[in-house]
Design a protein around this ligand. Structure first.
Ligand SMILES: O=C(O)CCC(=O)C(=O)O
Length: 246
């Protein structure tokens, strides 16, 4: 697997990431590797979909089509990507210190019925003490406005974690409570080709649209946090309590 990131542009990418809370890096994987990743994910889904429990697997609305998977621990290609030296190198550069892996998710967003993700900040769910986590999002399909692309509120990672409330959407169960805050930030669509990646900060406010189009919008998220980061169990307990209540 080749991870093609031009190191001479790394400074510029990190500058953009620090300023906006996300950065797109084009053509990191070629189509052979993207197809390998897709095939391997499909094999994983075939043999594991009945073993995944509760919040680990979500379907699109009332269909039998998978919308998202939140436990890919046993997926071979995910392990391979997480142990890839170049990915770890990039993770360290963006986290800003030694990183550790923090799970992976698949957003499958099937055509016609893929669900929207309400606006949220990842660290509201993660509850890490050093809020410097990243998601490396690998586009497996094209991401356009029509198929409900992800969008970011540019620069919103600088305002800290906001209060959230129940969204009643499986897979993104919490959403920003005070949406008035959004007017202070520019909303930027994350338009991608398969093989591009986006790296986003654990505090950047983001969401996605419904996929009403004829084209699926699948992406694989690899998550990393600072090695020295701890889970804030007080916040986590509150979040879990909120989830149960709602
Ligand atoms: O792909 C989507 O629709 C949602 C993804 C998301 O919320 C995330 O990457 O944190």
């Amino acid at each position: 697997m080749r991870v093609n990131i031009n190191h001479s542009k790394l400074k510029k990418y990190i500058y953009t990431y620090n300023k906006f809370g996300f950065v797109r890096i084009p053509k990191v994987f070629d189509m052979i590797d993207i197809n390998n990743i897709k095939n391997s994910l499909e094999e994983f889904i075939d043999s594991n979909k009945n073993k995944l429990k509760g919040r680990e697997l979500n379907f699109a609305s009332s269909s039998k089509k998978i919308n998202s998977i939140h436990n890919l621990k046993k997926c071979k290609i995910v392990k391979q990507l997480k142990n890839n030296k170049e990915i770890i190198f990039i993770a360290e550069k963006f986290v800003g210190e030694k990183p550790k892996e923090f799970g992976a998710e698949l957003f499958a967003k099937p055509k016609k019925i893929g669900m929207a993700a309400p606006v949220h900040q990842d660290n509201y769910y993660w509850n890490i003490s050093k809020d410097n986590g990243i998601t490396i999002r690998i586009a497996l399909d094209k991401s356009t406005k029509k198929n409900g692309s992800l969008y970011y509120f540019s620069g919103s990672h600088k305002i800290g974690i906001q209060q959230h409330k129940a969204s009643n959407v499986a897979g993104t169960s919490q959403t920003i409570k005070n949406i008035d805050i959004l007017k202070f930030f520019k909303k930027k669509l994350s338009l991608l080709h398969p093989g591009d990646i986006v790296i986003h900060h654990s505090s950047v406010i983001h969401g996605s649209g419904h996929n009403k189009s004829n084209i699926r919008r699948m992406a694989l998220n690899l998550r990393f946090i600072p090695k020295k980061s701890k889970i804030n169990y007080y916040l986590k307990k509150n979040y879990e309590k909120d989830l149960k209540k709602k």
